[in-house]
Design a protein around this ligand. Sequence first.
Ligand code: 5AD
Ligand code: SF4
Length: 440
Amino acid sequence: MTAPKKLYVKTYGCQMNVYDSERMAEALGGQGYVETDRPDDADMILLNTCHIREKAAEKVYSELGRFREFKEAKPDLKIGVAGCVAQAEGEEIMRRQPLVDLVVGPQSYHRLPEMEAKTRLGEKALDTDFPEEDKFEKLKSRPKAQRGPTAFLTVQEGCDKFCAFCVVPYTRGAEVSRPADRILTEARDLVERGVREITLLGQNVNAYHGAGEGGDWSLARLIWALNDIDGLERIRFTTSHPNDMSDDLIEAHGECRKLMPYLHLPVQSGSDKILKRMNRSHTVESYLKLIERIRAARPDILMSSDFIVGFPEETEEDFQATLDLVEEVNFGYSFTFKYSTRPGTPAAERAQVEEAVKDDRLHRLQALITRQQRAAQDGMVGRTVGVLFEKPGRFEGQMVGKSDYLHAVHVQDPSLQVGQLAQVKIVDSGPNSLRGERVA
Ligand code: 5AD
Ligand code: SF4
């Protein structure tokens, strides 16, 4: 038997990329690859790239340059670029960096095995098409290996919203939902392999409308069907757009036992003028009303958001409106970004806010958000919450898990197992995590 070939995958960006990298590694497993964490030891290096950050493409080129010495030492080494930079740059990558053997866009991962075979014949392989087929269906998994207790499951890809700052509609293409039965089959398979919590992924996940029994299913319907899977204990989903928060999904937050009380619902700005220029198609008022309805359905829900500061033409007054919105909603968690231009998106052409102003706003917003985050965390002390344990902690007999509200929780209890879901009383709140004691 020949020794297995080694695959080194480096993943940038979002959870969707983490999920895609796992599927690509599984697909290449069928070609005799096992994963390594050492690029210098690999027979194939795959960069799964993200285009959300500024100068993303430049960073990929400089990372690729660093692999030259590995290729010189091992001429048979294959180098591939996947993800959104691959989609956006296409052939340009091979032109600019001759070290690259393979470029594959996010919609073509099911073609990876044949593309890899092509590179073994000394040819270059490129595929950045947007085919109308379910790539995950074609990415056959390896024999049933045990998995950790949490998993991501992609249910939807692409976006039709065209927010003026965002590259996703261009790199991931139009919104496509996977059929419900395939998702349910994949979910059952994950549960058989030890998974107890599934996070449904999509760039615009709550716009999900996959084909199912009796017609198109909404995300809520899919969640209710997942709720019936024995052994699955928790369901989450991300990322949602305010305009796609349908009534049945809000209701599910109140009634579906396994759906966790946490919702990431990016608002981006608290100024109607900026929201309009961002092409967000919701207002501050409609967002606040929505939050009110969600909280009426599930009063203890923890809300989180994304914010962009320094969007073109954002004045101090606009920014103040964002601070006001944050004060009003009281988020349990949030991600803050300085606006940065993405070539090809409408906002890139507009008058830009000065860098120093952006920095100042970012710091002020972060300070407020950190305060709210701490308060939400401190507010957990004294409460008893469900915790799903994911790994041993740093100390002997300690386990780390996530609460229903997605806070990291440390518990000192040698009888706890990875994958166990226990009731924990929170006794202390630290900078980034909670400490608790098991009660059941
Ligand atoms: N500049 C800054 N932040 C951005 N995001 C997306 N595009 C940009 C950009 N051009 C942020 C948004 C989005 C999150 C995933 O990344 O807040 O919700
Ligand atoms: Fe990008 Fe999200 Fe807007 Fe779609 S909804 S364009 S993914 S920010």
